[in-house]
Design a protein around this ligand. Structure first.
Ligand SMILES: [Zn+2]
Length: 433
């Protein structure tokens, strides 16, 4: 698959490191001199930009947290006059104050290039027709995927979210080859296509899916690929880090390439903040290396993953995220055991007869055991002699075997759980309501 920017994308690890070092030293000084919050943080630690001379010194740089963005709403982290900003995005603030991100012309250019690289890395070419079913607006998904596809030279169909019937009709009529949306919406589209009497493998022309914005498992990936007849590519990003386009899988689907010329990645122990060696599982921390409008030094993503620096078969040596295994703030503690929703999903989808829609209910009364509602697969539900109790028992046993936890399982009829066009709500925490 041709690279969008072969000069940068095929750099070797030592060349990437060298570029990262130059950019890091410059960025630390830039943030210190232009953003009062950073100057204050450095001074509190008794250090200045002169103390960061190489990548070896990065561990001294103070972390940036999501709350820092909220506390400086809306313009507090700006490193340029607001007149130089060409775009704002904002995340819906579940806690009240939204987090605002800002972009200069340079930042827009970098972001768009990162996205063009992501499409090419996933196997898209300028000949593709891209249907973008991410939300357009303050959320970065829609416009990020939109401009990246245009830059690569694809034709974009900006359907945005919703109106599933029209999505499917256009996908068929336009012979869409690349689909962009959340993995849960891709699953939903596959089900809706079948319900509408369509055979996605015959009636549609899809070849690549650019999926992201929520965690998903390999089992869910396989299901989407089999249903829609495309290669389902995992994408990573977050609005604080421009948006989508931070990291993406290549055709080998073995880890997500992080663009190391733009993002410096570390993993830390989430409790102590100590930097871990590559290959050790920890919280991912990212420094943006060239961002002008809103520098972010050592941003704590809360995502738990493993980072590898091995050259990939595709010819890229940029570091890889070996799939996100959970978020430190998603982690549930049930009966004293740490459980990630992704582990539960993996057990459910590995159990024959189980569908791919589920909910994990967390309740104070159930703190010593797991409570899962999960749909039965339609084939199993409609099969003669279907034994609901036996299947529920089997699911419970599988969960207990993997998670070492007691599990209460409630099997639901196919289609019984609420569907969503955005991020699926998998964990219902009754303790917070
Ligand atoms: Zn690769």
């Amino acid at each position: 698959m041709p690279m969008y920017n072969p000069k940068i994308e095929s750099m070797k690890a030592d060349e990437i490191r060298k570029l990262q070092e130059e950019r890091m030293v410059k960025m630390v000084r830039y943030a210190y001199e232009r953003v009062p919050m950073y100057k204050k943080r450095f001074q509190e630690k008794g250090i200045g930009p002169d103390d960061i001379k190489s990548l070896e010194d990065v561990h001294k740089v103070p972390f940036t947290l999501k709350n820092d963005l909220r506390d400086h709403y809306p313009y507090g982290i700006l490193a340029v006059p607001v007149t130089e900003v060409v775009r704002f995005h904002a995340s819906s603030g579940t806690t009240g104050t939204p987090t605002v991100v800002s972009y200069t012309k340079h930042d827009m250019d970098v972001w768009t290039n990162n996205m063009a690289r992501a499409y090419a890395c996933a196997g898209a070419t300028p000949n593709d027709i891209v249907q973008n079913a991410y939300g357009y607006g303050l959320f970065t998904g829609g416009l990020g995927f939109h401009y990246g596809a245009e830059r690569l030279g694809c034709a974009v169909v900006p359907t945005a979210t919703g109106n599933t019937k029209r999505q499917l009709q256009m996908m068929k009529d336009f012979q869409t080859t690349v689909l962009c949306c959340t993995p849960s919406y891709a699953t939903f589209l596959g089900e809706a296509a079948k319900k509408a009497g369509m055979d996605p493998l015959k009636d549609l022309s899809l070849k690549v899916g650019m999926f992201g914005a929520e965690p998903w498992s390999n089992e869910q990936r396989k299901h989407i690929q089999d249903t829609l007849g495309l290669r389902a590519i995992d994408n990573y990003g977050m609005s604080e880090l421009y948006g989508p386009g931070v990291a993406v899988e290549c055709e080998h689907q073995n880890g997500l390439h992080i663009w190391g010329d733009e993002f410096y990645v570390e993993t830390i122990d989430p409790d102590t903040g100590e930097v871990l060696e590559p290959g050790k599982k920890g919280e991912m921390v990212i420094t943006m290396l060239t961002r002008e409008a809103m520098p972010l030094l050592r941003y704590r993503t809360k995502d738990i993953c493993v980072i590898n620096w091995e050259e990939c078969e595709c010819g890229r040596s940029h570091p890889k995220i070996m799939r996100i295994t959970g978020r430190s703030d998603d982690m549930l503690i049930i009966g004293g055991v740490n459980v990630f929703p992704s582990q539960i999903e993996s057990v459910l989808l590995d159990t024959p007869g189980i569908g791919d829609q589920y909910q994990i209910i967390v309740d104070r009364a159930l703190l010593d055991s797991l409570y899962v509602k999960v749909e039965v697969a339609p084939e199993a539900w409609n099969a003669p002699g279907f034994n609901k109790d036996a299947l529920a028992k089997k699911v419970g046993e599988n969960l207990t075997a993997v998670l070492t936890l007691r599990a209460k399982v409630e099997l639901m009829e196919p289609g019984a759980l609420p569907r969503t066009e955005g991020k699926a709500k998998r964990v219902i925490d009754l303790r917070k309501e």
